[in-house]
Design a protein around this ligand. Structure first.
Ligand SMILES: Cc1ncc(COP(=O)(O)O)c(C=O)c1O
Length: 392
């Protein structure tokens, strides 16, 4: 194992030569946070409103609703479209667990869709079409790693079945499909600003929608179902509110919103940098170890947000050994993801195990290589060299 060091506050940190990713946090975010602290209004107020407007503009949506995180955003959207107990919610098997947990918390049934192929890890639209039933209440596609599923066919099929679509667009901040921003195809799209995302507020999320009723419902449920927020009341001479429905506290605070506004200004350039670095790493590895496969190489790379750089290892390479060797070289790797039907809490959930032959043929060979917009040339070389050397 790599030696650990200690940050000034005593928190142990791995000394990665190449961490899984890098942040774009700088002096701009520090100044923004200070601005909020000095203003003295910390809970949801003008920064959150400004962040919502700027985010809506950036993705070309009519409305944006900031939330404490994307999981809360998904929950608000599932409730806003009205799915509940017994409804089937169709989603990729290869995604983060949030989309499924939000369904399970509502006693809905997650229906897992296979990937398209070894070269395209987004959900298979053919498999999606085959898994729609009269009980289907919602479809939740996810642009894996920043690459869109076949949104034309997906939207055509869901329209034909009159099914709402909520995009889990957490990987795809400013990513596009045929020029249109991901997250804007369905009734709503949800983004995450968790610490490992292409832009971050530490924790945070954003719902985008073109539907005023969905926006209004999400806003209301985000804030206890209350008629007006405390900032609004702070500006008035009276402090009377009503509660129309039993809602949640899924709010974002001013500090995070102020940081998010700065991050939003940087994310386009950071995504392009991610794309350049991903190409260099991929090409470097392919030149020396063509047996390592990279999905999505035939895609328009400028359309992707390049959230992940996933490699498919050769059959004769043990993934755990590979990841251990990378760790010994100080290079962090990860797995995105363990398929949703492999977790303890989903054991026995379905009468029949989900049919996912394509995903199951590669699930143990997928590995996420490091990719961060702040990588140096030396770090790019280390990832290439480390990957080639760690195969044996
Ligand atoms: C695809 C996907 N969906 C949902 C989430 C949940 O986001 P959050 O951590 O903001 O709740 C994540 C974050 O890791 C994600 O990657």
């Amino acid at each position: 194992m790599q030696a650990t060091s200690h940050c000034p506050d005593g928190f142990p940190a791995m000394d990665w030569k190449v961490p899984l990713t890098t942040l774009t946090i700088g002096l701009e975010e520090e100044a923004a946070a200070l601005r909020v602290l000095r203003r003295g209004w910390l809970t949801m107020g003008p920064e959150v409103e400004g962040f919502e407007q700027e985010f809506a503009e950036a993705v070309g949506a009519r409305y944006a609703v900031a939330t404490a995180n994307a999981t809360d955003g998904l929950a608000l959207c599932y409730d806003a479209v009205g799915v509940g107990a017994g409804d089937e919610i169709v989603m990729p098997a290869l995604t983060f667990v949030a989309a499924m947990n939000v369904a399970l918390r509502r006693s809905a049934v997650p229906i897992l869709v296979d990937i398209t192929s070894e070269d395209d890890l987004t959900l298979s639209v053919d498999d999606l079409a085959a898994k729609i039933t009269p009980r289907t209440g919602l479809v939740v596609p996810m642009p894996y790693g920043g690459f869109a599923p076949d949104m034309d066919r997906l939207m055509e099929i869901t329209r034909r079945h009159q099914l709402p679509v909520v995009e889990d667009a957490c990987h795809a901040i400013l990513g596009t499909h045929k020029g249109r921003k991901l997250g804007t195809f369905g009734v709503a799209g949800v983004f995450s600003f968790f610490g490992n995302k292409n832009m971050t507020t530490g924790e945070g999320g954003m719902i985008v929608t073109g539907d005023p009723a969905i926006a209004q419902r999400c806003r209301q449920m985000r804030n206890h179902g209350i008629t007006r927020g405390t900032y609004h009341r702070h500006q008035q001479s009276f402090d009377q509110y009503d509660v129309l429905v039993a809602g949640h506290n899924f709010r974002m605070c001013e500090l995070r919103a102020a940081i998010g506004r700065e991050q939003l200004r940087k994310v386009g350039a950071a995504n392009r940098r991610r794309g350049e670095l991903a190409s260099r790493i991929r090409e470097g590895i392919t030149a020396r170890a063509p047996e390592v496969r990279f999905p999505f190489t035939d895609r328009d790379q400028t359309a992707s947000s390049h959230h992940l750089l996933v490699a498919i290892l050769p059959h004769d390479v043990d993934r755990r050994d590979f990841m251990r060797r990378m760790t010994e070289r100080g290079i962090q790797t990860s797995i995105h993801y363990m398929p949703l039907h492999r977790f303890t809490h989903t054991t026995g959930l379905w009468d029949e195990p989900p049919h996912l032959p394509v995903l199951e043929s590669i699930e143990h060979r997928m590995v996420s290589l490091p990719l961060g917009p702040g990588f140096t040339d030396a770090q790019v070389d280390l990832v290439v060299e480390g990957t080639v050397q760690s195969l044996r």
